[in-house]
Design a protein around this ligand. Structure first.
Ligand SMILES: [Zn+2]
Length: 257
């Protein structure tokens, strides 16, 4: 049986702190081999790296500034991100992107922060973890215009259309599929049915976005097995095939894993 790569887990989150070791063990029992932890802002760095140090070869840190945390001082925050990228090795740059769900007024800052971080990823030859919410087109257009030929990454928590998925794939990106695929009227199950398994990676985005039957509750990294089963069901593949292929995809993308 192949092992799962959990490509998006905020394991350092306050909501998971109390029983994090048990949660990691449970996920390992559910078949997870490695976890990618995306950073959020300067306040999440220490907790992330502590977990990585405690679980070497299991938990991997990513470095970046999340679009929801791009504020007036974003340039200062990005110097910190750049400093860390120069100082040590990370598995990827992220999570970065554009979010127009929570705050549209910061769009210009978000675009600038995304450009800077995409260039940093290219410079360090690292993949990127993209967060886009109500902003697929803005993100896609910006990446395309930057034209960084070696750039690779994942549209984390992908929940767009088949056409958007094809655009992302043509750009050299993978699509991160999580709990939303289990939601009854989300429609993502029908989209995923039409996407090539060679372009998908699995994630939970824990502690957020728990899959059915845990929707609305705390999401745990072991719930990734539910996502794998759902993807297998909608794509009419065996669970083993889904896990084997998505793990291969994840290792090609996050080559340090
Ligand atoms: Zn995230």
């Amino acid at each position: 049986m192949s092992k799962i790569i959990e490509t998006h887990a905020h394991l350092y989150a306050e909501e998971l702190k109390e029983d994090i070791c048990e949660l990691i063990e449970n996920a390992q029992l559910a078949g997870v081999e490695k976890f990618v932890m995306p950073n959020v802002d300067e306040t999440s760095i220490d907790g992330m790296m502590e977990l990585e140090a405690k679980h070497p070869g299991v938990c991997y840190s990513s470095m970046g500034l999340h679009p929801c945390y791009v504020k007036k001082d974003f340039e200062k925050q990005l110097y910190l991100v750049e400093d860390w990228l120069n100082k040590r090795k990370f598995v990827s740059v992220g999570e970065i992107g554009i979010d127009l769900h929570w705050d549209k007024t910061t769009l210009a800052w978000q675009e600038e922060a995304l450009k800077i971080q995409l260039r940093l990823a290219a410079k360090h030859q690292l993949p990127v973890i993209l967060h886009t919410r109500n902003a697929f087109k803005e993100t896609y257009d910006l990446i395309k215009a930057l034209a960084l030929p070696e750039l690779k990454g994942v549209f984390h928590c992908f929940s767009g259309t088949v056409e958007e998925a094809q655009d992302a794939i043509a750009l050299g990106f993978q699509l991160g599929i999580g709990g939303v695929v289990t939601f009854k009227n989300g429609g993502l199950d029908k989209v995923v049915a039409d996407l090539p398994i060679e372009s998908l990676v699995l994630e939970t985005d824990c502690p957020y976005l728990a899959p059915i039957p845990h929707r609305g509750k705390r999401n745990e990294p072991s719930f990734i097995a539910i996502v794998a089963h759902k993807v297998a069901e909608v794509k009419k593949l065996s669970v083993e095939e889904v896990i084997h292929t998505t793990t291969t995809n994840a290792k090609q993308l996050f080559y340090a894993l």
